[in-house]
Design a protein around this ligand. Structure first.
Ligand SMILES: NC(=O)c1ccc[n+]([C@@H]2O[C@H](COP(=O)([O-])OP(=O)(O)OC[C@H]3O[C@@H](n4cnc5c(N)ncnc54)[C@H](OP(=O)(O)O)[C@@H]3O)[C@@H](O)[C@H]2O)c1
Length: 325
């Protein structure tokens, strides 16, 4: 089968990412094999390709070169083989979830990270949901604990995670302000944001409006600035940001927020998203109710994954892009 691989870390996807021929995988116990209809691209795949920040390498992904040559996490497609100890899924089921090496014709997916595909959306849209959607859901529901009527500020509202945060916070009844750069402001408005701030001309953190929650997925602003935009009991949820820093990738800000939080009236912190089937089911419900529509800008073929990675790294993507084998 055709599969996207890379054998070393490199900041330039065009120097490393290629399509190779690999055997079709077999499912282990607790897994299915999915014929991939579509596979969403997320920032994490860029980090795995680049080997940055270095912190990621020591977390088990391979110090000098990647341990796993394949790329791709999000997936939507059709179950073609079922491993032992699998219940609830059968050959022919349309599914979405988080698998191994999903930029390929076929991929293994653990059932603990798998759900039946939402009705009423394409496989391409379903493939854009898993990692960004789960992260957004957990940021809004579990970390910001958004309640109806609250004011929520979304930094990076035009991005993969941010585009879902806007929609999910609206679904939770919040008044949502999305922050994006000029050409992406229209997208954020179309996603349902009540207010949109163009960060190239206006500072959303000037303190003129106080928010019950700030969900930060982009911009890497100082904690001091982010706090200024919060109510006294507001919550700051740092999802992440791209700084290009080699070693920690800007993680110090998340660490500082966590350490500082007990000494201020506001709650500040970060989290690593949990990849689990129950929240994929919750995402499916949000999609089927019409509250969430994946914002897919365009699709790329397997031999165009390097182009997709380059577009993401350059900040040219609006919402999500999806790979279609
Ligand atoms: N904690 C976790 O478990 C977890 C899970 C997933 C992702 N992440 C991290 O979260 C971050 C966001 O991920 P993503 O997939 O949403 O990335 P993305 O699709 O690249 O979106 C990031 C957004 O940041 C915005 N941005 C850039 N500069 C900005 C500025 N100065 N002010 C405000 N916004 C700015 C960009 O929009 P504009 O061009 O419109 O400004 C872009 O849409 C990444 O660092 C990723 O690694 C963490």
């Amino acid at each position: 089968m055709a599969a996207v691989v890379r054998h070393r870390y490199d900041l330039d996807p065009h120097r490393t990412v290629e399509v190779d021929a690999l055997p079709v995988p077999e499912p282990a116990d607790g897994e299915v094999v999915v014929q991939v209809s579509a596979a969403g691209l997320d920032r994490g795949q860029w980090h795995l390709m680049a080997g940055r920040p270095y912190l990621m390498r020591v977390m088990g992904f391979g110090i000098r070169r990647p341990k796993e040559p394949q790329l791709g996490l999000d997936v939507a497609g059709t179950v073609v083989a079922v491993g032992g100890e699998v219940t609830g899924f059968a050959v022919g089921d349309e599914v979405f979830g988080l698998g191994h090496g999903t930029f390929a014709a076929y991929a293994r997916v653990p059932v603990a990270k798998l759900a039946h595909a939402p009705a009423g959306v394409s496989a391409t849209q379903a493939a854009a949901l898993p990692v960004s959607g789960l992260t957004a859901l957990q940021a809004v529901r579990d970390r910001a604990k958004v309640q109806p009527g609250q004011r929520v500020l979304v930094m990076g509202a035009s991005g993969g995670v941010g585009s879902y945060v806007v929609q999910i916070a609206k679904a939770f009844g919040a008044e949502v302000t999305g922050v994006a750069s000029g050409s992406k402001v229209d997208l954020v408005r179309a996603l349902g944001a009540d207010h949109v701030v163009d960060h190239t001309t206006t500072d959303a953190l000037d303190g003129s409006v106080r928010y019950d929650a700030v969900i930060d997925t982009g911009g890497h602003r100082r904690l001091r600035d982010l706090r200024r935009a919060l109510t006294r009991s507001g919550r700051l949820v740092i999802v992440g940001s791209e700084t290009g820093a080699k070693v920690l990738g800007g993680m110090q800000r998340q660490l500082l927020a966590t350490l500082w939080s007990p000494f201020v009236s506001q709650t500040m912190g970060t989290f690593l998203s949990s990849e689990n089937a129950a929240d994929l089911d919750a995402l499916r419900d949000l999609v089927e109710s019409g509250a969430v529509v994946p914002a897919v800008e365009r699709t790329y073929a397997l031999d165009e994954v390097a182009d997709a990675m380059a577009a993401l790294a350059a900040g040219r993507v609006r919402g999500k892009v999806v790979i279609e084998p």
